[in-house]
Write a protein that binds this ligand. Structure first.
Ligand code: GDP
Ligand code: IMO
Ligand code: MG
Length: 427
């Protein structure tokens, strides 16, 4: 029997994917990251201790389990080495990581170009990227000018490919952006060392996962970012550069669509967005500020304040369809405590018409006016609740409202950041 769960974000990221992965972790054999890179920030809190994962799967805190970095990931070696050494300093077991030789490497020039491109876009056009070099690295992958992990670990291949690639980058850096060129040795020497450090982890991750799936091991594929940031289906151009919805899991690992047994969609009980781009239910008033403060809505990667607002049902329906969600993990319900009436967007007004569909046109998304239903709130603390029935009736009703509106069961509810602040409804 196959046992492969895919966990994906439903909104614009930061839904609490890290926490949900960690909760499921005790039952999981293999944890996998398969797209995106160190733009992700996945937080796990155990006994009040907070750990933020950027590149590594959020299952790294489970001793003895295997963690895989798949081919679809863009791997920043510096970040990888920092993150692993921080973990190892806590006494983590080294044998648990496998990296695909086909993962693309985020190089220093990708991070520089990310910054220069954002500056050049200027106000009104910038995307508000995390500055982690993600877009430029994926551009090189598709332009077939990238360096893969396997290139980094062979000094001769690295020298040969980097010579030609860096020459091209320096043309861009000097002629288009009027910056100083990057000297070859300043890039080559550290890259060679990164290759040496990565080499012990490199394995045929596709085959490794294939065998694990066929043996019935429990695999958890951990998506980064979220459906509305998808390069194809998100609010383009205000998106990230990878396939963040369910389909990215196949290209990013080499597993096949019929390997999947379940899609878990992580939905935050309200909505946040970090960076630029349309956000129909954004609240610019006191409520938005209250959500930000109560929810600690500041970026786990960049520290930027997150934009906050209400649940968007048409947007979530779109996201559920895109991901083929079987169950929802609803997070941060506790943050709505004491908010008074809880707004839920059920339709929009656009060009004098009422619509209930998520528009295909990003420009229209920026223009539409949300129509809200206001649901009754609650004031009782719910952070201690372990059972659904222990929550106040209005909190229960909010969860049921979401299930009905999206036609997907809510199998897990987050009522606080800690691992044990969770209501399990049979996930
Ligand atoms: P991710 O990128 O989807 O993994 O989410 P982040 O880690 O970037 O942001 C989620 C934040 O909310 C983190 O600070 C978590 O510790 C916190 N969090 C997760 N679930 C809950 C919850 O149910 N309640 C509260 N109050 N905080 C939560
Ligand atoms: P997790 O996995 C929230 C956003 C950036 C920016 C856009 C493009 O923690 O949910 P990029 O650096 O990827 O080119 O930036 O995408 N973004 C995220 N927002 N959570 C994330 O990851 C994000 N990763 C990228 O803010 O708007
Ligand atoms: Mg995050």
């Amino acid at each position: 029997m196959k046992n492969v769960d895919l966990l994906v974000g439903a909104q614009w990221g930061d839904e609490g994917k890290g926490k949900v992965v960690d909760i499921l972790g005790s039952e999981v054999d293999v944890f996998v990251r398969y797209q995106g890179g160190a733009n992700a920030g996945h937080t796990v809190v155990v006994d009040g201790q907070k750990v933020v994962f950027h590149l590594l799967p959020s299952g790294m805190l489970y001793p003895g389990k295997l963690c895989v970095l798949g081919n679809g990931l863009v791997l920043d070696p510096e970040q990888f080495l920092n993150e692993t050494s921080e973990l190892y300093a806590r006494g983590q077991d080294r044998a648990r990581l496998a990296i695909s030789p086909h993962a693309h490497v985020v190089m220093p020039y990708h991070k520089l170009l990310d910054k220069l491109q954002e500056e050049a876009r200027g106000k009104g056009r910038k995307i508000g990227t995390t500055g982690r070099g993600i877009g430029p690295c994926y551009v090189d992958k598709y332009a077939r000018s990238g360096l893969r992990v396997e290139d980094l670990i062979d000094p001769d291949v690295l020298r040969e490919r980097l010579t030609y690639i860096l020459d091209e980058k320096n043309q861009l850096i000097t002629k288009l952006y009027n910056q100083k060129p990057l000297p070859f040795d300043e890039i080559y020497e550290p890259a060679k060392k990164w290759g040496e450090a990565l080499a012990p982890y490199v394995a045929d991750t596709r085959e490794l996962l294939r065998r694990a799936v066929d043996e019935g091991q429990h695999i958890l594929l951990e998506g980064a970012q979220a459906a509305l940031l998808d390069i194809d289906h998100g609010t383009y151009p205000y998106v990230t550069s990878s396939s963040t919805s369910a389909s990215g899991a196949f290209t990013g690992t080499g597993l096949a669509p019929n390997d999947l047994t379940r899609v878990i969609s992580v939905v935050k009980a309200y909505t946040t967005r970090v960076g630029e781009g349309p956000f129909p239910t954004e609240d610019f008033g006191d409520d938005g500020e209250k959500l930000r403060q109560n929810g600690g809505e500041f970026g786990a990667t960049t520290g930027r304040p997150r934009r906050c607002g209400w649940l968007d049902i048409p947007g979530l329906r779109y996201s559920m369809e895109l991901n083929g969600a079987n169950v929802i993990a609803l997070t941060k319900l506790d943050v709505l405590t004491g908010m008074g009436g809880i707004k839920v967007c059920t339709s929009y007004d656009l060009d004098g018409e009422k619509i209930t569909k998520w528009p295909t046109d990003t420009r229209k998304l920026a223009e539409l006016k949300p129509n809200y239903e206001i649901l009754p709130g609650w004031n009782e603390d719910i952070t201690w609740c372990k059972k659904f029935e222990e929550m106040p009736a209005n909190a229960q009703a909010y969860v049921k409202y979401i299930e009905n509106a999206l036609n997907v069961p809510v199998a897990l509810i987050g009522v606080g950041p800690d691992r044990n602040q969770t209501i399990n409804r049979g996930i």
